[in-house]
Design a protein around this ligand. Structure first.
Ligand SMILES: [Zn+2]
Length: 258
């Protein structure tokens, strides 16, 4: 097990999106993850490579908690989560997202396996999961203590922000229409439409750093925003991580052990 402590930097929305290989210059699909939280917690942030016996090697991210909130494994399966703050129900008896994510990375290779798992476990909270694999199949999975909806896709773009969209779960979500999470959702869709077919890592990084049209987040109360951001190139074993605000920190590449 190799632990790398993230460098404390300045940084509550989370955004995740998947771009299929047919829309990238390299031909590899990209999975882009934004972790927005209170800045103070970045000092406890870790990137953890795990090698459970007989299971998949994985790289996951977390801070002072069990499991991980996002990551990818040696099979190329990639996953991340976003909370749904305007969920109208209570916390239930079930797994927190960081436990479920770690189980997915340890055990599964495909999006379908991860979706089946998420559909069959009890969930403690309202969480949106984005899952994608190196074959270019992605899924949005909306999990609550009262039920789960999922949507598998082979489309070029699949996005998860802090609200539910699927028919089976969207009525649980009371997010106001003007919440900034919807603004970020639109920006991601607009950016994809502008660059489809010619998306590079550099273009994705530029979008992640941008405030005017991108999704880099800074908040004053509580003090926080994007505390880490990464871009996984599916099928290469590589991940590009910015620890702290992407506008102030370089994306560094890491290779998963084989
Ligand atoms: Zn910024």
């Amino acid at each position: 097990m190799i632990a790398t402590h993230l460098v404390p930097q300045k940084t509550l929305e989370c955004n995740l999106f998947f771009v299929s290989g047919e829309h990238t210059k390299s031909g590899y699909s990209l999975f882009i993850r934004y972790m927005d939280w209170i800045e103070e917690d970045l000092q406890y942030g870790i990137m953890l490579e795990t090698k459970p016996t007989g299971k998949h090697t994985a790289i996951g991210f977390n801070f002072s908690d069990v499991g991980c909130y996002d990551g990818f494994n040696e099979a190329g399966l990639t996953v991340g989560t976003a909370s749904v703050p305007f969920y109208d129900g209570k916390t239930g008896v079930g797994l927190r997202d960081s436990f479920a994510t770690r189980w997915i990375l340890d055990n599964f290779s495909t999006t379908e396996e991860a979706v089946e798992y998420l559909e069959n476990i009890p969930h403690a909270e309202a969480i949106g999961f984005l899952v994608a694999d190196s074959r270019g199949i992605s899924a949005r999975v909306e999990c609550t203590p009262r039920g789960v909806s999922s949507f598998e896709s082979q489309d070029g773009l699949n996005t998860v922000c802090n609200f539910f969209m699927l028919e089976g779960t969207r009525h649980f979500d009371k997010m106001p229409r003007d919440d900034r999470s919807r603004v970020y959702y639109r920006r991601i869709n607009d950016w994809f439409d502008q660059h489809r077919g010619k998306i590079s890592l550099g273009k994705a990084e530029d979008f992640c750093r941008d405030h005017e049209n991108g999704i880099c987040e800074h908040l004053k109360d509580p003090l926080g925003g994007t505390i880490w951001s990464w871009i996984a190139e599916l099928g290469t074993g590589k991940i590009y991580l910015a620890s702290g605000y992407p506008c102030q920190n370089r994306y560094r590449s890491y290779q998963i052990s084989s």
